[in-house]
Design a protein around this ligand. Sequence first.
Ligand code: ZN
Length: 215
Amino acid sequence: MTKKLFWDDPYLTACKAQVTSLEGNKIKIDQTIFYAFSGGQESDDGTIGGMKVVQAVKQGDRENIIDIEYELEQEPPFRVGDEVEIKIDREKRLKLMKLHSAVHLAYFFITEKFGTMKILGSNITPEKSRVDFESAKPLTELNDVETKLNAFLAEHHPIVRTRDEKSPDLLWWQCAQWKMPCGGTHPRNTSEIGKLRLKRVGKGTEKERVEIYLN
Ligand SMILES: [Zn+2]
């Protein structure tokens, strides 16, 4: 099982690890800071042993990442047992962290105004995050949701990660009165997110999309 250092310290941008498996240009390591696409959050960009990672694939279910396999740009010169250095793009990671907590918080403020709705999907990239709702009514007038959300962010609320007692590889995300299972990476305080901008994108009958941007 790959040890996920990004859960304990999501601000790490470099670490050393040992190669545990190697098949052509596909590699596994004993521990990692390099996030693999999961729960809607995009993979990090970076290198392993100086070689560019072209794809990071998690093995496990939605919130429970068991192993991560990295595909390198070409077959690496190193072998199983070798020590390698992992580096990730810091700017991209910070944006993903902010926009991931942002999408959770936006969800709570949106449902506070419009009522509970079924989530059809969500996605987090360094440019924006989005959440799709099943909703018969259009989610217009997002301005006051945005104002309340930004006021909340400015109140310096801690964002806490806790491990599930029954399953130590399952993580919870917690902020103020809200809690949900989440295997993503998050900042430690809402003040790090800064200000957010919400944009409604109508997606047709009974489907509403809200996009979230860092300001
Ligand atoms: Zn999440």
